[in-house]
Design a protein around this ligand. Structure first.
Ligand code: KMH
Ligand code: ZN
Length: 310
């Protein structure tokens, strides 16, 4: 696959793994989510990957009402691409998880490409006390969660979302997910160019070693040839190192407090924008250029910011 000219920075603002006790910087009110998203865009993120939270206690939310509280504000103030998560709850059905994307018809949304263990229970041991009641049990019980994304779920989501012309961020946490994606492409569920997010370091998925990145990339080259664009997300301490490697390999990068709360070893990030500024500096210092939102739209073949439903 030919090396691309520009690097797309995606910033994942809050996610569904981290909880308010873990970092004061993690946004959960609509105001904080919007402000941090706009600052991240200003710092160089051309795609904003968004989850919602309960504004009272920071619990994970997939309620469209909680998305409605920040989406219009983001749209008014930036031309960055909005990507809405469809994976924001490990406990809910695909039907409920796609409701925000169906309602708001964004330019992009996530599409998780396989069922798996998806756990962050070891994080509970790091804290003696929690800001909110729900946090401890939520984190501890993640060792019982199965993140369900069966072929039927994927087909159901893809079919319902198809009329919206949304480009999917195909979340692939292991090499088998690339083969799942290939199967789905072959039966006509997804249109080229597809956009793959290679994910490393989630407990339940492939580990964050560079060998694994090369293996995933080589496998995707074989399966998809010229029909795909790609990006890398390293969880936790693997975030910046893997993003740097990916950008040097000609790929795109994802950062943000959804994926890591840190800015450097042992030091919490002050904001999403701080992580974006750091990876932008690295990408540019190493000789690549960061894509603007319109360049990202062209590279990913997006429908356009004027065709969203919010
Ligand atoms: N939290 C990431 C590891 C989604 O939103 O659909 C994966 C993710 C899933 O972003
Ligand atoms: Zn997400």
């Amino acid at each position: 696959m030919a090396r691309q000219q520009k690097t797309i920075i995606t910033c994942a603002i809050t996610g569904a793994i981290h909880t308010p006790t873990m970092s004061d910087a993690l946004p959960y009110t609509a105001d904080d989510i919007a402000t941090q998203a706009l600052d991240a865009a200003e710092a160089g993120a051309s795609v904003l990957h968004l989850h919602a939270r309960n504004p009272e206690n920071g619990a994970v939310s997939i309620n469209p009402v909680d998305f409605a509280a920040f989406l219009p504000r983001i749209k008014q103030a930036t031309d960055a691409v909005v990507n809405i998560s469809t994976g924001g709850s490990l406990k809910n059905t695909i039907e409920k998880r796609i409701a925000p994307a169906l309602r708001f018809s964004p330019e992009m949304c996530s599409m998780n490409m396989g069922s798996m263990n998806f756990s962050f229970h070891p994080l509970a041991r790091r804290f003696d006390a929690f800001k909110f009641d729900w946090e401890k049990e939520y984190i501890e019980n993640s060792d019982t969660y199965i993140f369900r994304n069966t072929f039927a779920d994927i087909e159901n989501a893809a079919t319902q979302l198809a009329p919206h012309g949304i480009k999917f961020e195909h979340e692939c946490y292991d090499v088998g997910h690339l083969y799942n994606l290939k199967f789905c492409m072959d039966i006509g569920l997804f249109k080229a160019p597809i956009f793959i997010q290679f994910i490393f370091g989630i407990l339940g998925g492939i580990g964050p070693e560079i060998d694994n990145l090369i293996f995933m990339k080589r496998t995707a080259d074989r399966l998809f040839g010229e029909d795909y664009r790609w990006s890398v997300l390293g969880a936790g301490g693997a975030q910046m190192g893997l993003a740097t490697t990916a950008s040097q390999m000609g790929g795109n990068v994802r950062v943000g407090l959804e994926d890591s709360l840190f800015i450097s070893r042992g030091k919490l990030a002050e904001s999403n924008a701080q992580q974006v500024a750091k990876i932008r500096r690295i990408v540019e210092d190493l000789g690549c250029e960061v894509a603007t939102p319109d360049e990202a739209r062209e590279m990913l073949d997006l429908k356009g910011g004027d065709r969203v439903g919010f």
